[in-house]
Design a protein. Structure first.
Length: 157
């Protein structure tokens, strides 16, 4: 089953979400961007952290992207099927790492509607809103077996 991670929000601002996303759409992608330079420069993780900081009371953990789903679940987030996704749910994508020889979590986005998510990619030259119902994305959405997916490859031999 394909899943998203629902953080344990207690509040979020529905009206502010499209404004914050629009403020990031034309900014620059920078690998390993830090929150101190957001939103002018962000990568996929920093952008989602920035959006959450501006529109909700949830703070996305500072961690390697592959460790985030586990950390979020351990801190009270829940797994939800992709069919039940709602705005502010976090969507993760996996891919085979040819460098490390196993599947790993490689990308993150935030659900913004019943069929779309916001994310960045250096391959697509910046920010975009995409449908998660397309073959390109649907096939790589994280599923419930994520606990068996390698987390930080720097910790594996």
């Amino acid at each position: 089953m394909k899943i998203v991670i629902r953080p344990p929000y207690t509040s979020f601002d529905r009206l502010k979400l499209p404004i914050v996303i629009k403020s990031i759409l034309n900014t620059l992608y920078k690998s390993w961007a830090d929150m101190s330079i957001a939103p002018e420069y962000t990568d996929c993780v920093t952008a989602i952290r920035y959006i959450l900081s501006q529109t909700s009371d949830y703070i996305l953990p500072r961690a390697y992207i592959g460790d985030m789903p586990r950390m979020m679940i351990d801190a009270g987030a829940t797994e939800v099927s992709i069919q039940s996704a709602q705005p502010w749910d976090i969507i993760f994508f996996e891919r085979m790492s040819f460098t490390h020889g196993h599947y790993m979590i490689a990308h993150i986005g935030i659900i913004i509607s019943e069929s779309e998510f916001f994310h960045s990619s250096p391959h697509h030259r910046g920010w975009q809103i995409s449908s998660y119902h397309t073959q390109e994305y649907e096939s790589i959405i994280l599923d419930e077996s994520y606990l068996s997916i390698a987390s930080d490859p720097r910790h594996h031999a």
